[in-house]
Design a protein around this ligand. Structure first.
Ligand SMILES: [Zn+2]
Length: 165
């Protein structure tokens, strides 16, 4: 089974996230997104669960970050993303979705796979449109509410491309 750990920047990018597998969001990431825009969490589709990292994994992440000189560049939330990925190692095919170079660097040292989000990452797998629940107009980009009638927008997949994650 594929298990994806998603960091805040991927969610805050506003692109819908749809992945074939289990999607794990660290609770601190959810809190960060909730403070910015709770609606963004609705753009994540699939089997989503929230988890808090174990103390053991957090310690391992801290040690690895210190060894690489990344300690100061990683926020508490960043460390929790990596720690939750460590917790899930052994439960399936774990992959962190992040564009953060420091997270990628530490993940690499800990033997965790990662995938960039904005460049060639998962967002390329789908072509997304946003359909208004009210007037049904379809937009190319996401708005918090429909610019025409003010109703909610819902992400719809227009097409797919086959890209291996
Ligand atoms: Zn509308």
């Amino acid at each position: 089974m594929n298990i994806y750990i998603i960091d805040s920047s991927a969610i805050l990018s506003g692109k819908p996230i749809s992945l074939d597998g289990k999607i794990v969001i660290p609770e601190s990431v959810r809190d960060e997104v909730m403070r910015e825009d709770p609606k963004l969490l609705e753009l994540i589709q699939g089997n989503v669960t929230m988890e808090s990292p174990s103390r053991e994994s957090l310690l391992l992440v801290k040690e690895a970050a210190e060894r690489l000189g990344e300690e100061k560049r990683l926020s508490r939330v960043d460390k929790e993303v990596i720690a939750v990925a460590l917790d899930n190692k052994g439960r399936g095919n774990v992959c962190i979705i992040t564009d953060d170079y420091s997270i990628q660097n530490v993940a690499n040292l800990l033997g965790l796979r990662f995938k960039g989000f904005s460049e060639k990452g998962i967002s390329e797998r789908f072509v997304w449109r946003y359909r208004c629940k009210g007037c049904k107009k379809v937009f190319k980009r996401f708005f918090p509410s429909c610019p025409i009638c003010g109703s909610e927008l819902k992400p719809v997949v227009k097409g797919r491309r086959k890209v291996d994650v």
